[in-house]
Write a new protein. Structure first.
Length: 81
């Protein structure tokens, strides 16, 4: 036996969530975070690898760079032609 599907707009879903008690909102929030955490962690690792490669291609060591140097490198990468 299949359950019927209910179609709601984003606004309707948000309004329903607002009606939940704070404890249930927190459970929902934790569920959503953990559901997407694997994707976020993979994306973060990928970005970290790529920025290290970009720094190495420019004879820089990402791990030894200061925060200011890292920001300058990122700015250069973003504005490359």
């Amino acid at each position: 036996m299949t359950m019927p599907t209910l179609t709601l707009t984003d606004e309707q879903v948000i309004e329903l969530v607002k009606q939940l008690p704070p404890e249930q909102q927190e459970i929902l929030f934790q569920f959503l975070l953990t559901r997407n955490w694997v994707t976020w962690a993979d994306l973060s690792r990928y970005g970290e690898e790529r920025v290290r490669m970009a720094a190495a291609q420019r004879d820089r060591n990402w791990d030894k760079m200061t925060e200011v140097e890292r920001e300058a490198l990122i700015d250069d990468l973003v504005h490359e032609d």
